[in-house]
Ligand binder design. Structure first.
Ligand SMILES: NC(=O)c1ccc[n+]([C@@H]2O[C@H](COP(=O)([O-])OP(=O)(O)OC[C@H]3O[C@@H](n4cnc5c(N)ncnc54)[C@H](O)[C@@H]3O)[C@@H](O)[C@H]2O)c1
Ligand SMILES: O=C(O)C(=O)C[C@@H](O)[C@H](O)[C@H](O)COP(=O)(O)O
Ligand SMILES: [Zn+2]
Length: 363
């Protein structure tokens, strides 16, 4: 049984990762459901089709349950879908006593969290994540939608009441989504623990770990995230470390119009960039970026598409990074593996790293 408690100054909640995790809704979470007048389930089209029986079981938890189906992937993290969902809740009579379920991957979780954060200035929600990547996205309370100008540009910090994984849900997860999710797992390793990082780099089954080790790996990832979120919930300091790989990664996501490459695939590219920057401008041992790129290529991550975009295009998106301050970019780098830090980076260094990365990838 895997349960980890997140303890924040004003809120405590559990992250449950176990087979049949959803059964807890009818038992442990029954008192919470009794205090709600309506439940709104936000689910994407794919999860809705695959898990219609599970949705029926959710509907039996309460006498007033309304389901809102959204497009799959990043296509649901838009102002349009956000607005339609809010109207749906209003038309169905949702109030401040209502509760939302986010049933899907990180995109559904980010959207639902933002709806919950802003509906009547804030209602409760439960994360029911269905992807490996969501061991990251469902925990810690960052919620957002995208704008054409950039990734997660409109959002709020809003913590869930609970995060409940049912490990059986991963049976239908396509290989590409496993790969995407494991990118955030290895991110958690790189920013926290050199030994764990090396174990993952040596793991031939990295992309799709055996079922019995999965629970342990996900809990390890969540515990890295939990510790950081507990000490810096609103990202004034150490929470920035969770953004390792994201300054360049988010630029690729925005340049490719959100969805051509997945979030995890872009973060993998972004971590290669950040490792190279760490070697060049900090104290990371030379060769770590090359080792990482070789590993990532072997595991089926794609790098070539980034060079379809000019440095200028990507830099324009990097400047939208939320860590930037007074026009200066702040990158998460590693002084050594397990030891992240934040450094300011100017345009010429950014360009140099971009060019060197091209040579490393092509060479
Ligand atoms: N809030 C945070 O802290 C945080 C952290 C990391 C990532 N994110 C966000 O999370 C999003 C990425 O999350 P994601 O990778 O889970 O993406 P996603 O929600 O788009 O899901 C990926 C795909 O998998 C499908 N899917 C989901 N569960 C499935 C299942 N069990 N079986 C079969 N198919 C399934 C979905 O329909 C979708 O097509 C991005 O928008 C990213 O910005 C947020
Ligand atoms: O929880 C965090 O903090 C993170 O940065 C986790 C990231 O994996 C995640 O993608 C997050 O949504 C990025 O945040 P943003 O502030 O750069 O939009
Ligand atoms: Zn991420």
């Amino acid at each position: 049984m895997g349960v980890l408690t997140i303890q924040l100054p004003n809120k405590t909640y559990d992250v449950v990762i176990e087979p049949n995790g959803y059964e807890r809704l009818a038992t442990e979470y029954a008192p919470l459901l009794k205090t709600t007048d309506r439940i709104g389930i936000i689910v994407d089209e794919t999860v809705h089709t695959l898990y219609s029986e599970q949705l029926k079981r959710f509907e039996q938890l309460h006498n007033e349950v309304h389901t809102f189906i959204v497009p799959k992937g990043e296509a649901c993290k838009t102002l349009d879908v956000y607005g339609r969902a809010q109207s749906f809740l209003l038309q169905k009579g949702f109030t401040r006593n209502s509760l939302l379920f986010a049933f899907g991957g990180g995109a559904v979780g980010d959207l639902t969290g933002f709806i919950a954060a802003t509906f009547m200035r804030g209602i409760r929600f439960i994360q029911l994540p269905t992807t490996v990547l969501a061991h990251d996205s469902a925990v810690g309370g960052k919620t957002a939608i995208n704008m054409p100008e950039g990734k997660n540009m409109v959002g709020a910090f809003h913590q869930p009441e609970a995060v409940i994984f049912d490990l059986n849900i991963f049976e239908t997860l396509p290989e590409r989504e496993w790969r995407s999710g494991m990118a955030e797992l290895i991110k958690h390793a790189y920013i926290s623990d050199a030994t764990w990082t090396e174990q993952l780099l040596q793991d031939e089954q990295f992309v799709q770990p055996a079922f019995d080790t999965l629970e342990e790996q996900l809990l390890k990832g969540v515990s890295v995230k939990a510790k950081i979120v507990e000490e810096d919930t609103f990202e004034h300091g150490s929470r920035k470390f969770l953004n390792f790989g994201h300054t360049f990664g988010h630029a690729i996501e925005a340049a490719t119009n959100f969805g051509t490459l997945s979030h995890g695939e872009c973060v993998m590219i972004g971590m290669a960039y950040a490792l190279l920057l760490s070697e060049k401008a900090s104290t990371l041992q030379q060769g770590e970026a090359k080792k990482f790129i070789q590993f990532a290529k072997q595991q089926g991550y794609l790098f070539d598409s980034i060079f379809e975009y000019s440095f200028e295009t990507l830099y324009q998106f990097m400047q939208k990074d939320k860590k930037a301050s007074f026009g200066t970019l702040h990158f998460v780098i590693l002084e050594k593996i397990g030891h992240p830090n934040v450094m300011t980076v100017d345009e010429s260094l950014c360009r140099e790293v971009f060019e060197e990365m091209r040579q490393l990838i092509e060479g």
